[in-house]
Design a protein around this ligand. Structure first.
Ligand code: MN
Length: 365
């Protein structure tokens, strides 16, 4: 049996106020295509289906069409769990009704929900914190690891089947995790994570939460988000995982979209010689501010999302207090204005500031 593992769709997410719905529609079409190509029978959605607990109506519509096509037209079984961005109650709307149609939604409950297929059992463990597990089990666990060990201990796996666990948590293997800027921390002020050893008895553990695809142990994987969601992810290849329960193979497949998310580095005049429809961030190497840079770049790059000056900011940060004191008032004001607004002063504004500085200089002399 072929199973597709994906997670962190974050439907309805925006980047610097730019809606990503057009690309998210394409991403879901790509997943449908993958289901057809690989003859997938089960699709796993490991949490963070939406980007927030109250998603925009367009995001709800996208998910609704995606799930209907999978379950009703293609006859695929879907198992979905809420992540830390989702509202478990809202995501589980009509869960009992929908399970009859092939859509299974995992809930936080004392007993971990499971679907039984011919030769595969799939367990669904949504995002859950220690306080909730304390409450469910009437215990006071020391940490999440201990709570989860207790939560999992009642599961009796069928050794004759291929056992899959799907979950949305911060799980650590032996190597450090490769994180990105678009994951919201699960716990503030503490490090409540789980270890891969908790999941040793499963043949495959399909995780969600970390947006970079990575393998934590021979049987534990993050599929990563199927598209890029932050500047820090520009260098990664998004995609999905196909598990073949017959021969036990697990393969990652890339998923390309019309528009990529990239970082362009260079001098302003060089960048203006090119154009691109991609979503992009700029890292300018110019040593002085370029007037109205962002608006001018947007003419060639309609998907421009942000810019920073590599030389200027690092110059200021590395300057000692003494060096900063030696700067003239105009230079200091230019830096202050840029740090506060993200724009450089225009020529006309510099003149005004100069006049004001002259006047204030005369008054204090
Ligand atoms: Mn996420």
């Amino acid at each position: 049996m072929k199973i597709l593992h994906t997670a962190d769709l974050h439907l309805g997410k925006t980047l610097n106020e730019r809606s990503l719905l057009d690309l998210q529609k394409q991403m879901l079409e790509g997943l449908i295509e993958a289901v057809k190509i690989h003859k997938v029978e089960v699709l796993l959605l490991a949490g963070d289906i939406y980007d927030r607990s109250l998603p925009p109506k367009e995001a709800v519509e996208l998910l609704s069409n995606f799930l209907s096509e999978l379950c009703l037209e293609l006859g695929v079984k879907v198992m979905m769990i809420p992540g830390n961005h989702d509202s478990p109650e809202r995501l589980a709307y009509a869960a009992d009704l929908l399970s009859a149609m092939g859509l299974h939604i995992g809930l936080v409950d004392k007993y971990i929900s499971k679907i039984e297929l011919e030769d595969v059992d799939i367990y669904a463990l949504p995002y859950v914190d220690r306080a909730t597990l304390n409450f469910i089990h009437g215990e006071k666990f020391k940490n999440l690891e201990e709570a989860m060990a207790h939560h999992l201990c009642s599961l009796e796996l069928n050794p004759n089947k291929f056992n899959i666990m799907m979950s949305h948590h911060y799980v650590l293997g032996e190597a450090p995790l490769e994180e990105s800027d678009s994951e919201r921390p699960l716990f503030l002020g503490s490090t409540e994570n789980l270890s891969t050893t908790l999941f040793e008895k499963f043949d495959y553990v399909a995780l969600g939460h970390i947006h970079r695809a990575q393998s934590l142990a021979h049987n534990v994987r993050y599929s990563g988000a199927p598209m890029k969601y932050s500047k820090s992810e520009a260098d990664r290849e998004p995609g999905y995982i196909i598990i073949d329960t017959q021969d036990g193979t697990v393969d990652f497949h890339g998923l390309g979209l019309d528009k990529d998310l990239c970082v362009y580095r260079g001098f302003f005049h060089e960048l203006m010689e090119q154009t691109s429809e991609d979503l992009c961030y700029f890292e300018l190497e110019d040593t002085s501010y370029v007037s109205n840079a962002m608006n001018r770049l947007k003419q060639n790059y309609p998907g421009a999302l942000g810019l920073n000056y590599l030389q200027i900011q690092s110059n200021l940060k590395t300057k000692s207090g003494e060096e900063i004191q030696s700067l003239d008032h105009l230079s200091l004001f230019k830096s202050f204005y840029f740090e506060s607004t993200g724009h450089a002063l225009a020529e006309a504004e510099i003149e005004i500031v100069n006049k004001m500085l002259e006047r204030s200089g005369r008054e204090t002399d």
